[in-house]
Ligand binder design. Structure first.
Ligand code: GDP
Length: 486
């Protein structure tokens, strides 16, 4: 009954939201991606460029001077933390350090006042559009398949995966502890906590391992948000389960908590946040995966397939069977293109298309527009050339972060340096082979990756600081909101 009431309430909220939307239209944009994909930087740069009238030639409304102003307004959802835009801008612009990354869901409302391009629209539109930008960890999306799985299935699969040779060493402690546990023994908080701790340590180790193993659910074990330490997060799979858990046993307790995790964490997240989104951008750090090698690339592809499956439209997905939703535009964007010379930007885009090809084909996005883009929300480098003998090499120039090294040289965080970033392979397929070793892509084709400090902002003749530089952020904006400002 509770579920029914909840559904009804959300339907009503959505309906009234749409109704009031007639007067002050809103567009809810989800921003996600795995940890460190660039969500925080993207939102900060997007808002900064809109508020400060940044250089956005491919964003039509801005280019044609139809945006009167863009300003932050009170965030409408009282129970969701606000995206700390001001702190992030201060870090980027004043201190030239990267802001603190996303750890949980947060939200920000930006209202754009504009003039429609067509006389018809001018007559009927309010000339205002509120963008509710919702930032959330991509890890949380990986929980969706759990909704269709019993505790027994979840447990069995977790043990099967952990025993695979590629994971067994990382899972050692958890597997050893699990071996000493009798699921029929009386439920004990301490045992539950120890198991949950070693299990999540194993999940974290998988993610941090240089083999770049695929990210495993439960997503909150990796990114707990404000649920850390709560009973719904204090469970773990158990081996050799009885068909029916003995009342009062450890198995009964774990089963109950697993179900609580689904009921109190996973379902509300999808129902209250994901189903309300109109548009979604999924950010990916393809550069880092390519830098780590072919296995990491294959793994990124796997994770993306799971993430994108959450936005499937077709019937027969867990999502559509449980919730209805209405995302009509989906942008998949590789960030950090400023690590490459512009000649490689289209190659990066082709690689991202390749990475998401299978996922897009498999998921049925009918009714939604899908676009793939290579971009840099913040451009930390500029381009130049360096003469080497007779050759003129294209380079990127930036300030490497303190502690970064390349060719044995280490940097102090204050020295501007020109770096030959290398080229991406011409054929996107070759990223699935190791860039360092493949015959097609000999050594010099490997990309050279250093992290740079955020850029120093240019000033106008009057001394006013310009907005954050970017690569193709305007294209992302045009795709995500351009049609609503027409
Ligand atoms: P989140 O975990 O998805 O919120 O990731 P962040 O937005 O915090 O980004 C993680 C890190 O990636 C940052 O600290 C930067 O080092 C780097 N980064 C993100 N976006 C860009 C970009 O557009 N250009 C460059 N050069 N680095 C970026």
């Amino acid at each position: 009954l509770t579920t029914l009431t909840d559904e009804a309430r959300i339907a009503l909220d959505t309906f009234s939201g749409r109704a009031t939307g007639l007067f002050s239209p809103t567009l809810r944009i989800g921003v996600t991606g795995l940890s460190r994909a660039g969500k925080t930087v993207f939102i900060t740069a997007l808002v900064h460029n809109l508020i400060h009238g940044g250089r956005l030639p491919l964003f039509e409304a801005q280019k044609s001077g139809r945006i009167a102003q863009a300003k932050l307004e009170e965030q409408p959802d009282d129970a969701v933390p606000r995206f700390q835009y001001e702190d992030h801008v201060a870090a980027l612009v004043e201190d030239r350090i990267w802001p603190e990354s996303t750890r949980a869901i947060s939200e920000l409302r930006l209202t754009v006042e504009f003039e429609s391009a067509s006389g018809w629209n001018r007559m009927f539109s309010s000339g205002r559009l509120s963008l509710d930008i919702v930032d959330y960890p991509g890890e949380w999306l990986l929980d969706l398949p759990l909704l269709a799985k019993s505790y027994a299935t979840f447990s069995r699969e977790a043990f099967e995966l952990a025993q695979l040779p590629v994971r067994a060493d990382l899972a050692q402690d958890w597997l050893a502890l699990s071996g000493t546990i009798d699921p029929d023994a009386p439920a004990e908080e301490l045992a539950a906590r120890k198991l949950a701790e070693t299990f999540s340590a194993y999940l974290r180790a998988c993610r941090e391992d240089k083999r770049a193993l695929s990210t495993l659910p439960p997503g909150r074990f990796l990114m707990p948000g404000d649920m850390e330490g709560s009973p719904a997060l204090t469970f773990a799979p158990l081996p050799t389960l009885s068909e029916r858990a003995k009342p009062g046993s450890l198995q009964a307790m774990m089963e109950r908590r697993y179900e609580a995790y689904k009921t109190h964490v996973v379902r509300p997240f999808f129902r209250e946040h994901i189903t309300r989104l109109d548009r979604q951008i999924v950010l990916i750090d393809a550069m880092q995966a390519m830098n780590a090698g072919a296995e990491a690339v294959a793994d990124l592809e796997r994770a993306l397939t799971e993430i994108l499956a959450c936005f499937r439209q077709g019937r027969g997905s867990v999502f559509t069977d449980l919730f209805s939703r209405r995302i009509d535009r989906l942008l998949i964007a590789a960030t950090k293109a400023d690590h490459l010379h512009h000649e490689s930007h289209d190659r990066l885009q082709a690689i991202v298309r390749k990475l998401t090809d299978r996922a897009i084909k498999r998921a049925d996005f009918s009714g939604a527009k899908v676009e793939v883009l290579a971009m840099a929300a913040v451009r930390a480098t500029r381009e130049g050339t360096v003469k080497q003998g007779r050759e003129v090499l294209p380079v990127i120039i930036g300030t490497p972060l303190s502690g970064e090294t390349i060719d044995g040289q280490s940097f102090d965080g204050n020295t501007e340096t020109a770096i030959f970033p290398g080229d991406l392979p011409e054929k996107p397929d070759s990223i699935f082979q190791d860039l360092q070793t493949s015959a097609e892509a000999p050594d010099e084709a490997a990309i050279r990756f250093v992290r740079f400090r955020p850029p120093r902002l240019e000033r106008t003749a009057e001394g006013v600081k310009l907005s954050l530089p970017h690569i193709r952020l305007d294209r992302a904006l045009q795709f995500l909101i351009g049609d609503r400002l027409a």
